[in-house]
Design a protein around this ligand. Structure first.
Ligand code: BGC
Length: 346
């Protein structure tokens, strides 16, 4: 069967391979892959910045944003043939640490977790894959291809959950949120902010293309220039050092800044710590980072996608590429693109 693979940490090793079809273990689902979403993490893996093949192997099957149809399932379980599912990316460490032991693998303390398509476990970009029953999330058939957005949405569901938990350290009545970046992560962050009844501002450098109208359709405001502050929450979804410095400069009291994007290193951007520290201390501000998601967040994300306008979700998928000729184009960055999806079924 066909699978998209890389040799981790070897730039330029991306290829379409022919690999043996997997055999299902007793506790696993056998799944026909329908679609796999592409994100910045895939491009960084292809560029050789990080990534690890499973122990004893040289190549890693890519793909952590999945959508599949169950072919075979263990009898008596939650799944049966024909169900649609999304695979959970991170698997708990083997020790396990206290957090992994209670299903909070997104907060793993020892770094020995594995991630499908990223770290020591094959991803979902093969025509057929297996996944443990306990690591699959059932999705509504009505969502169609938009269900491939569940994994990135789970990361934002976690971010919003943590923002709310931090907010509840005191009286919590947020009104206004800023989202920086109108890629898939930023747009899903904005969707969830709008669903919470917040006035959402989205700032992105694109002045044309689908992003401004996707933002306005949420009832949110779009800015292609920097805004002036006046926020309760900032969701930083670019990872761009200059933008991070700009959001860390806001003076708003009790502001919660959530960092979701990874910055490319090295960076020339310098931060003057003293004024930043003064605003943080005197304004009770919180800056925190977030990565990945556990099952609870996938479930929260599924609810957010179910409440969203289906047409809006579908418009986030701006390119669909079949695993045939020119499949590599799926990994190219095209200006104005939101989400590119690889289709694995004929
Ligand atoms: C994925 C996360 C993962 C992170 C770091 C992101 O692209 O969505 O699930 O934890 O990369 O590997």
């Amino acid at each position: 069967m066909r699978a998209v693979t890389i040799a981790p940490r070897a730039p330029g090793s991306l290829r379409l391979d022919d690999i043996p079809a997997p055999r299902r273990a007793a506790d696993q689902l056998l799944v026909q892959a329908m679609a796999v979403g592409v994100c910045g993490t895939d491009r960084e893996l292809i560029e050789g910045h990080y990534g690890e093949a499973p122990p004893g192997e040289k190549r890693l099957v890519l793909g952590h944003e999945s959508l599949g149809r169950v072919l075979e399932a263990p009898p008596g379980g939650e799944f049966s043939a024909g169900d649609l599912m999304v695979g959970i990316v991170r698997h708990p460490d083997p020790v396990p640490c206290g957090n992994c032991a209670v299903g909070e693998w997104d907060m793993c303390r020892n770094g020995r977790y594995t991630e499908r398509g990223i770290k020591q476990a094959h991803g979902f970009c093969s025509e057929v894959f297996c996944v443990e029953n306990s690591m699959a999330v059932k999705v509504e058939k009505g969502l169609g291809l938009a269900a491939v957005l569940l994994e990135p949405a789970s990361v934002l569901a976690k971010a919003w959950e943590h923002i709310e938990r931090i907010g509840k350290r005191a009286r919590w009545e947020p009104r206004r949120a800023l989202v920086t970046g109108a890629g898939p992560v930023g747009l899903l962050a904005a969707l969830m902010g709008a669903q919470r009844g917040l006035e959402v501002h989205v700032q992105d450098h694109n002045e044309t293309g689908p992003k401004p109208s996707l933002v306005r359709e949420l009832g949110a405001k779009y800015f292609s220039r920097r805004t002036q502050g006046g926020y309760d929450v900032v969701m930083e979804c670019t990872g761009v050092p200059e933008i991070i410095k700009y959001v860390l400069g806001f003076q708003d009291p009790n502001l919660i800044v959530c960092l979701t994007g990874l910055s490319p290193a090295p960076s020339e951007v310098k931060l003057d710590v003293a004024p930043w520290n003064q605003a943080m201390v005197l304004g009770n501000q919180v800056v925190f980072g977030t990565v990945n998601a556990n099952r609870r967040h996938y479930e929260q994300a599924a609810q957010a996608l179910a409440r969203a306008d289906k047409g809006w979700l579908e418009r986030l998928i701006t390119r669909k590429i079949r695993l045939g000729d020119k499949w590599e184009q799926a990994y190219e960055k095209v200006r104005g693109d939101v989400k590119t999806v690889i289709l694995l079924e004929d």
